[in-house]
Design a protein around this ligand. Structure first.
Ligand code: R5P
Length: 285
């Protein structure tokens, strides 16, 4: 039995279809004062899979997830596999300054406390998040899916990581496609300002493909795209796993002259064209 949270309705339906499993109808709505209401409209089975991304509005989506999990448990579910395709609050995995809350760790505690017996997520921003859980955690990589798109649609690609953190992703794709990869150096000045530089970059005559795990304000990609154009790339295509896309991020990116922006459907957006449903279904099998 698959339960879709309101943040991942279509993805939950796709996973159910891939697995040929039953998609439980769930009534989820808000009371006039903003509080959330959840009701399962069918009898709950012993083994269930919950699919709910916890992107914006993070607090609401998390609270809904806690209601779903606790409710499942009290209605008799024994094995509750939770798929959080995009793991919100996954970026603060340590205390950078005295007194800060380690939000990734606290979020993990609550998910486990609410009743999750196993967790699945797609490309966690910080691998350390897996250490915060005592239940089994499986991290799914969307890179094979993105590599498949690039292989089918671009010729002579070079895979570019816009910062060092994205380099393992670029390498994973370039290994699959047997093509070159490179990376840039990024320094974050503030939450919405980054500086990017490169020592050398061999992209001339290549179709450059930027890969990042998250696009948030778009600042990282805008810098990377401008640099690739300056270095003579034939074209620039942008790919990412989680399209967080704050405000006009997409417009800013397209304004640099990129060919296209492709993301997965861990979060719904205008560019969520690559579905992780088959990858999720495959690990659940
Ligand atoms: C940072 O380490 C991440 O991998 C992304 O590069 C970052 O979240 C992108 O943020 P923005 O789109 O705001 O530059």
């Amino acid at each position: 039995m698959i339960i879709g949270g309101s943040a991942s309705q279509k993805l939950a339906a796709k996973v159910a279809k891939e697995l040929d499993d039953y998609l439980c109808p769930v009534e989820t709505r808000k009371f006039p004062d903003g509080e959330r209401y959840i009701r399962f409209k069918e009898e709950i089975e012993k083994e269930v899979v919950v699919v709910q991304s916890t992107g914006y509005p993070q607090d609401e989506n998390l609270m809904e997830l806690f209601f779903i999990l606790k409710n499942l448990k009290s209605l008799g579910a024994e094995e509750i596999k939770v798929v959080i395709p995009y793991f919100g609050y996954g970026r603060q995995e340590k205390r950078f300054k005295d007194g800060e809350a380690v939000s990734a760790s606290i979020t993990a505690d609550f998910i486990e406390y609410a009743g999750a017996t196993e967790l699945f997520s797609v490309n966690l921003h910080e691998n350390k998040v897996t250490d915060f859980f005592n239940i089994p955690v499986t991290e799914i990589s969307a890179m094979p899916l993105i590599a498949e798109y690039i292989g089918e649609n671009l010729d002579d690609p070079v895979i570019i990581a816009p910062d060092k953190g994205a380099l393992p992703h670029a390498k994973e794709i370039s290994d699959i496609l047997n093509c070159p990869c490179d990376h840039m150096e990024k320094t974050r000045i503030s939450p919405d300002t980054v500086k990017t530089r490169v020592s050398s970059l061999d992209v001339e005559r290549h179709q450059a493909v930027i890969i990042d795990d998250i696009i948030s304000t778009g600042g990282t990609i805008v810098n990377a795209s401008n640099i690739l154009k300056e270095h003579g790339a034939r074209s620039v295509t942008v790919t990412c796993v989680h399209p967080v896309l704050v405000e006009d991020a997409l417009l800013k990116i397209f304004a640099t002259g990129v060919e296209d922006v492709l993301a997965t459907d861990t979060l719904s957006s205008d560019v969520s064209a690559l579905s992780v449903a088959p990858l999720i279904a495959n690990v659940l099998k």
